[in-house]
Design a protein around this ligand. Sequence first.
Ligand code: GLN
Length: 308
Amino acid sequence: MSDDTDIEALLEEALEVGRAAAGAGEVAHYIPELAKSDPSHVGIAIATVDGGRYEVGDARVPFTFQSVSKVFSLALVLREHGPEVLDEMACEPSGDAFHSIVRLEEEQGRPRNPYINAGAILVSGLLPGGDPVAKVASLQSFLGEVGDGAEFRVDDEVFNSEVETGYRNRALANYLRHFGLLDDPQQAVETYFRQCSISLDAVRLARIGLFLANRGVDPVSGETVLARADNRVLVSQMAMCGLYDDVGRFAIDVGVPAKSGVSGAILAVVPDRMSITAFGPALGPKGNSTAALAALAHLSRRLDLSLY
Ligand code: GLN
């Protein structure tokens, strides 16, 4: 990588590209609390495995974890239960929207992958802990472990908003229960809503994603967070399924594993180099941030990040 001044200038450029793209999107409305987000916010944060830290724009504006949480809940569940958890689902791109239910009927309730809602709800039910609060507390302490001991709190307004409106996610959980993949759909979906409501920002998200870029080892502490094979699951599934039905286009335009969420964050992982969070609450038609997509495409071109 070039020197710090170049990176900072490049980040400013990517920020402008992101800001120009923000106007093409709209904030999520189906979770009423998210509709209050400011669509003009754009922020980018980078953490490199060799200790570089960069940020620009609204990189410290809080947002909720939403679907980016699915990577971290799967990390903890793989660590606790081993790779057998993947026997419960497929690991293939769905080609469907994140909350799609259609294939569950065709495929006897078996989720297409761990990053669509159905698969993620199943994973949430497996988090260690006796109830949703305890399960998410175990996830929060895992985040502290990979995030310099920071505290990650739940945004109660967003959580309540999801509880009030999340009928589609409840339908997914009930479907899984019908096919015998879940014991307690109510508990699993409430855990899922809660993990999606954890509050963080771009700087923190880039930091907690750093082990993903470093084959399961946190380069700051030197601790092994996850076995290499488990980390490979997380990152390869990001590449295959991290942006739902936008994933092929993202592979062309950016070309690195990534996970998006409806609060407008995208966590991108460049193996052996860095993690990047791009954030902007305005979303395109597939539920991915227009600003983050544009900013990441710009960074990918300029820093030659594409794996392909
Ligand atoms: N909590 C959101 C939902 O289930 C997460 C979806 C997302 O970020 N793509 O609808």
